[in-house]
Design a protein. Structure first.
Length: 243
């Protein structure tokens, strides 16, 4: 039987005072889809997020496993801090780079592409990390994870498992590091950090906010989490944010 979390709903956003929000994207602002390009994004999501950023005096960041280029192809996010590739690429609200990790080695990408083609999986190429999606073949989860982890070990990389996906990134790159870097930047300084996310990769963001005096909000129901509160689904996230 699936173990359910016992987390309560968070207090209202307006009751929290001055906060900085760090928002995951897939599973938090849009529903999980069959593939990374199959998501449905509200046409006015960019405008809604810009309005939210204004309410927070700029203390809003999207922290996602997607590359920033890929994210920007779905929604315009000018004027908002962005952390893509799990924090491997971070831009301030003016578009200036605060961090940019090295690209994935060509031999790693070739190996992932060949494995995906051979097994009917999806290889997602990113500038700062590559992903192997097995949502179409969940029976190959163990084989896909083992292959990706072996490949990462051979090339001195790290892995980030998620919902039917495993990603390869440079060592030391995670969403917690993105939160900590941004928390030292204006306008994030001196306010309570709150991270909202649904996947295991968001746990690093929750933990960072805990260390910084804030907290995490889990989207969905997973017992193994360091988040303090939970929201049921994407719709509840929109309602809590008044998006």
């Amino acid at each position: 039987m699936l173990q359910r979390s016992r987390l309560s709903s968070p207090p209202s956003l307006n009751s929290l005072g001055a906060v900085a929000l760090f928002l995951d994207f897939d599973g938090t602002l849009v529903e999980i889809a069959k593939g990374p390009d199959a998501i449905e994004v509200p046409g006015d999501l960019g405008a809604r997020l810009n309005s939210l950023a204004a309410r927070l005096e700029g203390a809003l960041a999207i922290v996602t496993g997607r590359s920033i280029d890929n994210l920007s192809s779905f929604v315009g996010l000018e004027g908002i801090h962005l952390a893509g590739s799990h924090g491997g690429h971070i831009l301030d609200a003016a578009g200036n780079a605060l961090r940019e990790a090295e690209a994935m080695p060509d031999e790693v990408r070739s190996a992932l592409s060949a494995f995906a083609q051979q097994h009917g999986l999806l290889h997602e190429r990113k500038t700062h990390g590559d992903a192997l999606h097995y949502r179409s073949r969940p029976d190959l989860e163990d084989e896909a994870l083992a292959f990706a982890r072996t490949l990462a070990d051979e090339h001195g990389l790290a892995t980030k498992p998620g919902k039917c996906v495993i990603e390869l990134v440079r060592p030391g790159i995670d969403k917690g590091g993105a939160v900590e870097l941004l928390a030292g930047q204006i306008p994030f300084v001196g306010v309570t950090p709150v991270f909202i996310g649904d996947d295991v990769t968001d746990e690093d963001g929750f933990a960072a906010c805990n260390r910084l005096g804030g907290f995490g909000i889990l989207v969905g129901d997973r017992a193994d989490t360091v988040a303090r509160y939970r929201l049921e689904n994407v719709g509840d996230v929109y309602r809590w944010l008044s998006l």
